[in-house]
Ligand binder design. Structure first.
Ligand SMILES: CCCC/C=C\CC(=O)SCCNC(=O)CCNC(=O)[C@H](O)C(C)(C)COP(=O)(O)OP(=O)(O)OC[C@H]1O[C@@H](n2cnc3c(N)ncnc32)[C@H](O)[C@@H]1OP(=O)(O)O
Length: 299
């Protein structure tokens, strides 16, 4: 059943389908007698409370939960499985890596690879976003670490964001700092969240907000002490799940469909655009310099 779901997801990406199959073969699932279920994959941990109808996905791709192609493949399959299983009405996104929610796109997937790889990678990024943004489940991001760029996009695609109050946990779309440009649909999601002027300011300067600033600008909905992130996410979830599903889902779709359709109608062009942008010599150089800086930070 899960493979069928995988096939649907990756109808346009044969390699991804193959990888998904490998992952599904390695998957282990355990059921407890108390309604708790736990799916284990290498990079994505899914815990669920069947009785409450709530699942929690913990990103587990150390050291920084970068969105590698392998991570995205596992993540997409998990999302699809949960979405298709009517047991689950709510999903909490959080991290298993201390201090990092997600470092965003894996820069190594965008450097020194061939054009087909860039296209495959970007399709997986698009697919992940569409699955998150259009999910019928209530999505609450329990942001327990730094979340730049693609990490921020995952949080912004949730219905509600709870951020741990730690000045090191900065959040934002910092693409310009890398010498790259956030795609139009990243921009659309940011505009929908914080408004046009604040988004223009944040995007041009590549701002990474500390928790109090993120709350002020509306990028997150709540900032709480670090040890209360999960419990707050859970109580927010309970509140949201008290709303009848059909009414909430139709409302969510009414609010989000136009933004998602904007990408859906030009998906192939968006892939081509990414491929030609990222493969430019100047962009490759910028990304390599940025990666090098990250590596040298430690020394
Ligand atoms: C047209 C293009 C559209 C692009 C759209 C979206 C863009 C993106 O999402 S691009 C990614 C943007 N992400 C970032 O700018 C974050 C970069 N990372 C950091 O700022 C820090 O690593 C972070 C704050 C997340 C964590 O800090 P630390 O805990 O201090 O860890 P280190 O910096 O020491 O990193 C450990 C290790 O991970 C490597 N790393 C970090 N980020 C990435 C990444 N995004 N992709 C790949 N690898 C990453 C870093 O180089 C270190 O590697 P080693 O030196 O080999 O240990």
């Amino acid at each position: 059943m899960a493979l069928v779901a995988g096939r649907k997801t990756f109808a346009a990406g044969k390699t991804l389908l193959l990888r998904a199959g490998v992952w599904l073969g390695a998957e282990a699932a355990a059921r407890g007698g108390n309604g708790a279920r736990r799916f284990v994959s290498q990079r994505v941990l899914v815990e669920s409370d069947v009785t409450a109808g709530i699942a929690t996905i913990k990103f587990k791709n150390p050291p920084v939960n970068s969105l590698s192609l392998e991570f995205l493949t596992e993540f997409i399959i998990c999302l699809e499985k949960l979405e298709n299983d009517k047991t689950y009405r709510g999903l909490i996104l959080t991290s298993d890596c201390p201090g990092i929610f997600s470092a965003g796109l894996d820069l190594r997937e965008m450097c020194g690879k061939n054009l087909a790889h860039y296209a495959e990678y970007w399709r997986a990024i698009q697919e992940t976003w569409l699955k998150l943004y259009l999910s019928n489940m209530v999505l609450v991001a329990a942001i327990n670490g730094a979340s730049p760029a693609g990490g921020c996009l995952m949080a912004l695609s949730s219905d509600y964001r709870v951020l741990a109050d730690n000045p090191r946990y900065r959040i934002g779309l910092n693409e310009t700092l890398l010498g790259i440009v956030a795609p139009f649909w990243f921009k659309d999601v940011l505009v929908n969240t914080i408004g046009h002027r604040a988004a223009e300011h944040a995007l041009q300067l590549g701002l990474l907000f500390q928790p109090t600033e993120a709350l002020q600008v509306g990028m997150v909905d709540q900032v709480v002490p670090e040890d209360q992130v999960q419990s707050t996410a859970l109580s927010v979830m309970t509140e949201w799940l008290a709303i009848p599903d059909h009414a909430r889902q139709l409302t969510k779709s009414m609010m989000r469909k136009a933004t998602a359709d904007n990408l859906i109608k030009q998906r192939e062009a968006d892939i081509q655009n990414f491929v030609s942008f990222v493969s430019r010599d100047s962009i490759q150089k910028s990304l390599q310099v940025y990666l090098e800086k990250l590596k040298q930070k430690k020394h």
